[in-house]
Design a protein around this ligand. Structure first.
Ligand SMILES: Nc1ncnc2c1ncn2[C@@H]1O[C@H](COP(=O)(O)OP(=O)(O)O)[C@@H](O)[C@H]1O
Ligand SMILES: [Mg+2]
Length: 403
């Protein structure tokens, strides 16, 4: 079966029998591979392909084409076989997506004999030609301008939501000044082991791997962090933790644009950064500065998350815009990046997260877990749409002169 990508209009793409068609749906990233034994006319296949690529991903405001999926249609006696390949975890979306694909094909008069929806999370190109991290395909920094906007809360819930969708996930707590993840993951007092005296084994909580300076420094011990110490601590946590084949490693940052952000953008291969802000203009303004800093050093911005977007009253469930509205959306629009979602200000988020069982774990079927799942899916799609890392797929070839 051919697996090629040919630009629209390419002569080979029109090659009839056993042809492959590269098809750029509305200039988006979808790849369509059309393969035959043909039993229907070309236009019928194309209609089916278009219909499949236009299948919506429930609740995400995009379709398979917009999520960079590849679609292949193959004629078989008595019907067709469809292969869809996505670069993000489908998790609980899978059943709804598969039925929607079948319905879209049926609406075009086709009969699906075989449907194979394949998820393959690959490494995406990091900034500045850095080599991908051993043990983690995609490193995603969670940053903000101001402190207290909910970076750590967002990071831990997103990490758990991605895990729930079926991905292998790690969470690196890079906030050496105020590490939160030992508390938020219910791991206070735990310590990572070292088997070789040089590297750490990550700790595991609720199915995700983690490491934090909070495991290594006593909670009450006063530590004065000078610039080079920050760089060293962040580098060690990143490179000397034995992450195990992670699809995503989320990095919870301290606020602002200091030594940690600099270390990360210069040394750590990042698939991208997510900016967390609250809705107030003052928070969005500072977040904008953070976003520009990452842009300047060539780190891709994957999107903006607005946290504490509205207040949900715990007694009457009335929703009010305590901190104003739209700061995140405005920031995203101004900077030309996606708004990945809005998370309300809700007492249960604080209560569960600060008790070491974030809502994604404590109330997995509740509306808050649902919100985080949507944001996590949009984030995974934003990563999937980044160029794949090709450079490091090939072995380094060294030519040596024989003596
Ligand atoms: N959406 C939310 N609803 C309710 N409380 C929240 C929410 N997001 C964060 N919090 C709470 O706000 C406080 C600060 O959040 P945190 O994640 O530590 O912020 P940051 O990491 O940006 O400093 C924590 O007590 C956390 O539980
Ligand atoms: Mg924090």
């Amino acid at each position: 079966m051919p697996h090629g990508f040919f630009p629209p209009g390419c002569a080979r793409a029109r090659g009839g029998h056993a042809a492959s068609i590269g098809y750029n749906v509305a200039a988006r990233a979808c790849r369509i591979l059309l393969t035959t034994s043909r039993i229907m006319p070309d236009h019928a296949y194309l209609a089916i392909e278009r219909a499949v690529t236009a299948v919506s991903l429930p609740g995400l405001g995009t379709d398979l084409a917009g999520a960079g999926a590849g679609v292949a249609v193959e004629g078989r006696d008595g019907g067709i076989a469809i292969r869809v390949s996505v670069g993000f975890p489908l998790g609980r979306l899978r059943p709804a997506l598969e039925s929607a694909i079948r319905a879209a094909v049926a609406a075009e008069g086709g009969q699906v004999l075989a449907l194979n929806v394949d998820e393959r999370i690959v490494a995406h190109t990091p900034q500045g030609g850095l080599a991908p991290l051993a043990g983690a395909k995609n490193v995603i920094a969670i940053a903000s301008g101001k402190g207290g906007v909910g970076k750590s809360t967002t990071a831990v819930n997103l990490a758990l939501a991605l895990h729930r969708e079926g991905a292998r996930v790690g969470l690196l707590d890079a906030d050496v000044y105020g590490p939160s993840q030992p508390l938020m993951l219910g791991l206070l007092g735990a310590q990572p082991e070292s088997r070789d005296g040089k590297t750490f084994e990550p700790l595991t909580a609720h199915g995700i791997e983690t490491n934090s300076v909070g495991f290594l420094v006593k909670e009450s011990a006063p530590v004065i962090w000078r610039g080079p110490m920050v760089t060293q601590a962040v580098s060690q946590l990143t490179f000397q933790t034995n992450w195990h084949d992670l699809d995503y490693l989320l990095v919870d940052l301290p606020p602002g644009t200091g030594d940690t952000q600099l270390t990360l953008s210069q040394k750590v291969p990042l698939a991208g950064v997510v900016i967390v802000t609250t809705p107030q203009e003052i928070a969005a303004q500072v977040a904008r500065r953070g976003l520009r800093m990452f842009e300047k050093v060539g780190v891709p911005i994957l999107g903006v998350i607005e946290n504490m977007a509205s207040f949900v009253c715990p007694s009457c469930a009335h929703e009010s815009a305590l901190f104003g509205t739209g700061g995140g959306a405005r920031l995203a629009e101004e900077c030309g990046v996606p708004l990945l979602g809005e998370i309300p200000l809700e007492a249960s988020i604080r209560a569960h997260t600060d008790a070491g069982r974030p809502p994604v774990v404590a109330e997995p079927d509740g509306p808050i877990a649902q919100r985080y799942a949507e944001v996590a899916r949009r984030l995974a799609i934003a990563v999937a749409l980044r160029p794949r890392d090709q450079k490091h797929l090939f072995p380094k070839i060294v030519v040596e002169e024989r003596r």
